[in-house]
Write a protein that binds this ligand. Structure first.
Ligand code: SF4
Ligand code: SF4
Length: 285
């Protein structure tokens, strides 16, 4: 939803003309249920707080979401462990369910109707809808079955009891982390960003926002005194713990939503083979 980096405005003398946030109308196709949940989470972060993010708001309003039920899944998928399901339950404008003889198209918003325009799909039969329910039930069971080895309970309301960030228990996993930031960059709910100023002209400066990663040593380092202050979390185990605690403990407390949707991407991306399911399972007390 957010670009890799963006200008938040130019300032200086003479004052540059104010520009409205320009966003292109966008259709995102094939969004999975775990990503829909992530969008709901980002909406809470960027739109429901005391200060709304106008850039996110502008993009969100111009985006139409076409989701698609999962009919296959990766061995790293675990949405059912964190209260999710492998099919859309909300947050979409149009949802597609593939069946052997076609697609069930479900339109749930004005944006969805506008997208379909004059296209008028035939009414789904009761038998087709029953098959959709059957596909959904079987997919849910298969994802649950592949995660039988994990027994922690997590979700929007249920936070597993994990040790604090300074606890040595985290070191076992931190020892395999090479601080590449891959897990945070690929995660659909991670949203840490970094602000910096640059000078596009002699008397103007520009404020730019770019992605950041809480796993990196320089994260949250602040200017202070003569030298830059060190990271508030100089130990990698604390940073790794913070990421997992933020997903599983702080987010349910702060937003009423889990910060992990079980998409499994951070497991696929990690060169240290760190599996967040195993981290939570082993450290939950
Ligand atoms: S599985 Fe990993 S990448 Fe996916 S939402 Fe959870 S923490 Fe983020
Ligand atoms: S992807 Fe793995 S190695 Fe890279 S920062 Fe994340 S936990 Fe560490």
């Amino acid at each position: 939803m957010l670009p890799a980096s963006e200008s938040l405005g130019r300032y200086g003398s003479p004052a540059p003309a104010a520009t409205a946030i320009q966003t292109a109308a966008t259709v995102v196709l094939g969004v999975r249920a775990c990503e829909l949940r992530a969008l709901g989470y980002l909406d809470k972060v960027f739109l429901a707080g005391a200060v709304e993010d106008p850039s996110y708001r502008a993009r969100r309003q111009r985006t139409t979401i076409v989701s698609c039920d999962c009919v296959a899944f990766a061995e790293t998928c675990f949405c059912t462990l964190v209260g999710g399901r492998p099919f859309a339950t909300g947050g979409h404008d149009v949802n597609l369910t593939p069946l052997e003889d076609g697609w069930i198209v479900e339109v749930t918003s004005e944006k969805g109707h506008n997208l379909l325009g004059s296209v008028q799909p035939a009414q789904a039969t009761g038998e087709q809808l029953a098959r959709r329910e059957d596909v959904r039930r079987r997919m849910t069971q298969r994802v649950a079955d592949q995660n039988k080895a994990f027994s922690f309970s997590a979700g929007d309301a249920a936070a597993p009891k994990l040790p604090e960030g300074g606890d040595d228990g985290w070191q076992k996993f931190a020892a395999d982390c090479v601080e590449c930031g891959g897990c945070t960059n690929i995660c659909p709910t991670c949203h840490c960003f970094y602000l910096y100023d640059q000078t596009p002209g002699p008397s103007t400066f520009e404020r730019v926002r770019t992605w950041d990663s809480c796993l990196l040593n320089a994260y949250h380092r602040m200017a202070g005194g003569v030298h830059m202050k060190l990271s508030p979390r100089p130990l990698l185990l604390s940073r790794l713990a913070n990421r997992v605690l933020h997903k599983y403990v702080y987010s349910p407390q702060q937003y009423g939503l889990a910060g992990c949707t079980g998409c499994g991407r951070c497991i696929d991306a990690c060169p240290g083979a760190i599996d967040i399911r195993r981290v939570v399972q082993e450290l939950a007390r």
